[in-house]
Design a protein around this ligand. Sequence first.
Ligand code: ADP
Length: 207
Amino acid sequence: AQKQRLATYAAGVGAGPAMAPEKVYPLAHGAKLVLKTGDITTESVDAIVNAANERMLGGGGVDGAIHRAAGPQLVRACAEVKEVEPGVRCPTGEARITRGFQLPAKHVIHTVGPIYENDRVSAPLLASAYRSSVQLAQENGLVSMSFPGISTGVFGYPFDKAAQVAVSTVDEAVAAAGEGGSVKEVRFVIFNRPLYDEFVTAAEKLL
Ligand code: ADP
């Protein structure tokens, strides 16, 4: 039974890293989109994006992994981000930037995706989280950035829909920045194989 559970885990969420190929797709203005499986905390890029919460003081999932890898300076930098209302540093659909501290990435862009309710309510918020993150990277002159699958963990967004919103929004945001936009490489670093497969499906369809 233990062996069976391990096999199920490996097939479902087991960091499929070495098991899935890295795929590259073209975006506007000579930029590229990369799909891969793996752990986002190991990415050597200008910014990794954190699927944070509105308080921005850490949490579970990828948020916890990023804070552990960045070290305690990250939560201190987050605490310094101005609250827009009590307990809210980054409203859902927006993004904030800090340094990366002990991470190989230079910066962390913290964004907050929606808890999935339905497509009408949730899709615009998820798109806004991706768009705001790309825009903040452009404003800071960043060239490379890595995203996790925002809202696809405890926030419960269906994988196929989340992947479509992610790929189409990043494609539009890079195009909208024009030829002079700084962002030239957007990487999706996906922790589990089923979600990675949905990203491949979305990219094959949309790009
Ligand atoms: P949310 O609250 O936005 O759903 P979660 O952290 O629960 O955030 O999950 C978001 C996604 O991040 C999920 O697909 C989860 O599998 C993934 N994830 C968790 N840890 C990591 C990691 N170290 N690197 C990349 N992705 C991760």
